[in-house]
Design a protein around this ligand. Sequence first.
Ligand SMILES: NC(=O)c1ccc[n+]([C@@H]2O[C@H](COP(=O)([O-])OP(=O)(O)OC[C@H]3O[C@@H](n4cnc5c(N)ncnc54)[C@H](OP(=O)(O)O)[C@@H]3O)[C@@H](O)[C@H]2O)c1
Length: 339
Amino acid sequence: MSAPTIRAGVIGATGYTGYELLQLLHRHPQVELAWATSESSAGKRICDLYPSPDETPLIPQQDAKLEGVDVVFLCLPHAASMEAVARVRAAGVRAIDLSADYRLPDAVVYQRWYGHPHTQPECLKEAVYGLCEINRQRIRGAQLVANPGCYPTTINLGLWPLARAGVLEPRIIADSKSGVSGAGRKLRLSSHFVEANENISPYSIGYTHRHIAEMELVLGSYVPDLEITFSPHLLPVNRGILSTIYIDVDPSLDEEDVRRIYAEAYADEPFIHLLPAGQLATLRHTVGSNRCAIALTPLPRPGQWIVTVSEDNLLKGASGQAVQNMNLMFGIPETTGLI
Ligand SMILES: NC(=O)c1ccc[n+]([C@@H]2O[C@H](COP(=O)([O-])OP(=O)(O)OC[C@H]3O[C@@H](n4cnc5c(N)ncnc54)[C@H](OP(=O)(O)O)[C@@H]3O)[C@@H](O)[C@H]2O)c1
């Protein structure tokens, strides 16, 4: 029996996540690309916009037919994605949204962090948070998957084993650094070469970064009264996120206990790379792959640990995880088309 072909559409294909996703879908043995959209570059091809042989034509959203399409990936900015997802779902087509619009199940919480109301509460109800390692069963039956944010993927995967085991103390300090592609391809002053190069800049510190909501959603469901201090930084590299997380765990656990909790939680996870004692996660462990690397370092004080976590923000932090979600939704091996 031949493998089923999944017909996929990509909305917002000209951005960094859209381009990365197209490259993954072209190589995926069970996907046929139905179309890719752009508003500002409709009529052009991907190779007109990127130094690439990819000749995928770009059409406007209004010409993208949903009949005969099995899944649509949306790679739009938040707010712009909300109604586009609803149109896809109204046609009965499965959707994987890379924006933040469907990640927070509570519309009030969404408005508090994003500053505008959620206009699609019906769709919001059916959205499943697409952090594959912790939500696999629900993703398998989902019609709408909200692909997680890049920073929260590192922090949630980095701490989930301890949170689930009930041994993580509520005070968490996460210092994260992201490559410049994390800000998207649109022009902005902070992404200019002269501003970003040879510099490291903190931004949105002091309980203001919107991704905190996703950390509270995931870790807060296990740890009451969670207190997250999250400090992101812009790092002058193209891609990659490194999070250094300072935590306290139940001081009665020794080093072996803590390492066993992680080893058991991630025993069968193809994309989690648990580093051996003594090693630290770096960008090179993950850039170019869909992996998340996690390393545990005990402090010489009982219960105190530093967790270092890395991922490629455009792969496990965005388009790679989106493909992993698609594989789960369509019941094919989770690693198909990914490294
Ligand atoms: N970059 C990352 O590392 C990363 C990681 C995780 C999640 N995300 C999320 O993924 C989404 C896409 O991110 P990105 O980095 O790919 O962004 P990007 O490079 O800025 O691309 C955004 C895309 O959306 C289209 N677009 C922009 N404004 C629009 C509007 N008002 N209405 C309709 N289309 C619009 C643009 O296409 P045209 O102008 O060609 O139509 C472009 O293709 C965002 O929600 C982002 O937060 C990004």
